[in-house]
Ligand binder design. Sequence first.
Ligand code: UDP
Length: 381
Amino acid sequence: MYDSIVAGSGAAGSVLARRLAESGRKVLVLERRPHIGGNCYDEKDACGIVIHKYGPHIFHTNDEEVFAFLSRFTTWRLFGHEVVADVYGKRIPIPFNLNTLYEVYEEEAAKRLEQILIQEYGEGSRVPIMKLKENPNPQVKAIADYVYENIFLHYTMKQWGQTPEQISAEVTGRVPVLISHDNRYFQDTYQGVPEDGYTAMFARMLDHPGITVRTSDDCKAHLTFTERQTLFDGEAFTGPIVYTGAPDELFDCMYGRLPYRSLDFRFEHYDRASFQGRSVVNYTVSEAYTRITEFKYLTGQEDADGTTIVKEYPFAYTGAEGEVPYYAILNEENEALYRKYVEKTEPYGNVYLLGRLAEYKYYNIDAIVKRALEMADAIRR
Ligand code: UDP
């Protein structure tokens, strides 16, 4: 009946299932949540405001193929995403850029420092904070110290429970200091959200005669890994099994749990037009939450009467019932543990790991889409 199984219906699973189905395969998608869309899932809350249930997701890409693929299933609400940091009540643009420089220094000093930064790094360059901190020029070092202390240190402590030095440079490198006057959070050509939401986009993607989706159905209830083969409902299954969840769970955490960071999302609704006047404010020196997102500015419901926000409280994922793993914690030890689980899958030859959780990577949506398309193409060859 089915020749391919996909566990998970987030960006990874949905894109891969569609691509396989379009090559003539019969794909069964098993989703343990009661809904599709993974962590991109959005829905209207009780007050009619569209929320991202698992935190704000802003799509951005430079990849024409990825953008074209997704655009078959949605039109877009495109915008240049901007974020500010709340630093002791003052809001400054982040990533820290030349405009931010003028916000935190007097005009004369900012002018001088702007020239120094341009000389050192070149206009338009992107400098990770950990690199900027290494600059021996005391004037550059002073800027680096400001940015480190006011943008990165406390936010990173909240988000990861570790300092910027202790976490992978890849993570803080996602938000480099910009030697430009560009206030946008991302510099990608395309950025925005699907016009009628991520859930609708993925629902259209999964709507194909070759795809069967079963929600509230955990793949673990169907899959068995014997010493030699994979079984589906007790029968040998030799087709591809693409798994997009946390790989430790597939093998009952036999080597121990893979560490992830989780978030507690606390939603609040206000019967007023606006809460913070913009989509995202990062709290980089204060508060227990990392950021507040006001959804109406992301989704285009600015004219709605009320407004809904979400505050994000990070914590260490333990695997307890109801917790959701969101971020892999990239370090050598965790990656070594991860590889042990990968090695468990290898002898079968038909088990594929795909996506943020399953590949233990800090993927953006567009990178997952790209990987899923490539994996599907490799499978159908
Ligand atoms: N970061 C920070 N302050 C900020 C924004 C980001 O310290 O205001 C650091 C923090 O360690 C964070 C990382 O940069 O985890 C990556 O930020 P990004 O906005 O990409 O995180 P995401 O939106 O994926 O949670």
